[in-house]
Design a protein around this ligand. Structure first.
Ligand code: SAM
Length: 200
């Protein structure tokens, strides 16, 4: 299964990944600002879905949000729990979030669907929609491209997505688009972030 190959690839390099990218200081200030401003409006429980090293989960926790970090890679959950013992982390998948229907105020999916085969992305967005209550929000970060296209990501194959296609997928899953941010930092792949609100 593709999910297994992603799990194995990250599991083998979780320590290295955390060292390189597992701190806020390694993150672009624009992303920290976007996530922090968004967090101010979250009035309820949320999940950082595909939290990896857990530094974004810790930021959300420090903003007073009741956040759980979930990831399918045991090694990430173990190291995040050790680095940030005050933050709850657990092993789970994007395809089956540990939340009752309509109970979450928000989901952060920061670069966590980038490895999901494109034909499986609608099912993951539907799972986010299942868990998020009406008027709750989703913040989705991903690599932007002119078409849906695979590329050799440092860990395992990932995919570029055009913003307008992601807008359509989000709309089909029951979200309204609130904000879209795009950026192309020198030497980096183009980035996109969308805040979407769960329709009533
Ligand atoms: C590029 S990393 C991003 C990690 C973190 N969100 C960050 O911004 O540093 C992608 C993460 O998504 C997780 N992931 C990918 N597919 C997943 C799935 N189906 N279920 C749970 N986690 C998944 C990976 O294990 C990995 O931790």
């Amino acid at each position: 299964m593709l999910t297994d190959s992603v799990r194995r690839a990250y599991g083998a390099r979780a320590g290295e990944y955390t060292e390189a990218l597992g701190t806020l200081t390694a993150m672009p200030p624009e992303d920290q600002k976007l996530i922090s401003v968004w967090a101010r409006h979250i009035g309820g429980p949320m999940i950082d879905a595909g939290c990896g090293p857990g530094h974004w989960t810790k930021l959300l926790h420090d903003h007073g949000v009741a956040v759980d970090g979930i990831d399918m890679v045991n090694e990430f959950i173990e190291s995040a729990s050790a680095r940030f013992p005050e933050v709850p982390f657990r092993v789970a998948t994007l395809e089956a979030l540990p939340a009752v229907d309509g109970t979450l105020a928000a989901v952060l999916s920061w670069y966590s669907i980038i490895h999901t085969p494109p034909h499986d992305v609608p099912a993951v967005l539907n799972e986010f929609a299942r868990c998020i209550r009406p008027d709750g929000t989703l913040l989705l970060g991903f690599f932007e491209g002119e078409q849906i296209e695979a590329f050799d990501h440092a860990i395992v194959t990932a995919y570029y997505w055009p913003v307008w296609v992601m807008h359509d997928e989000l709309a089909a899953a029951g979200f309204d688009i609130v904000e879209t941010h795009t950026r192309a930092d020198p030497g980096q792949r183009p980035h996109a972030a969308i805040i979407a609100r769960r329709r009533n």
